[in-house]
Design a protein. Structure first.
Length: 94
């Protein structure tokens, strides 16, 4: 297990594999200096490491809908409502 120590005292552990409806997803767990524990997906962590924090109400989207493709060129930030609409459209085609 890798541990990344941030300058602000936070510690990031992972990645861990999490079972999800669409298969295994990698997540990171962060223990903040304040003691709060949070988790985030690998794609969001990698996007934020390169581009800064994602604003509230926004999500990291996989352009090609392949959640295993975390290439920087495949990740973008869109609103939660736009991401839900995209996912509903994709599911309707099945």
């Amino acid at each position: 297990m890798a541990v990344e120590k941030k300058a602000n005292g936070d510690k990031v552990y992972g990645p861990y594999e999490k079972q999800a409806k669409d298969g295994k997803r990698k997540i990171y767990v962060t223990r903040k200096a304040s003691g709060v524990v949070t988790s985030t997906t690998k794609s969001r962590k990698e996007y934020e490491d390169r581009n800064g924090r994602v604003a509230k109400g926004q999500e990291v989207d996989h352009k090609d809908s392949n959640k295993n493709n975390d290439s920087p060129k495949n990740l973008r930030v869109i609103s939660k409502s736009a991401n839900v609409a995209k996912e509903n459209k994709r599911r309707a085609k099945k």
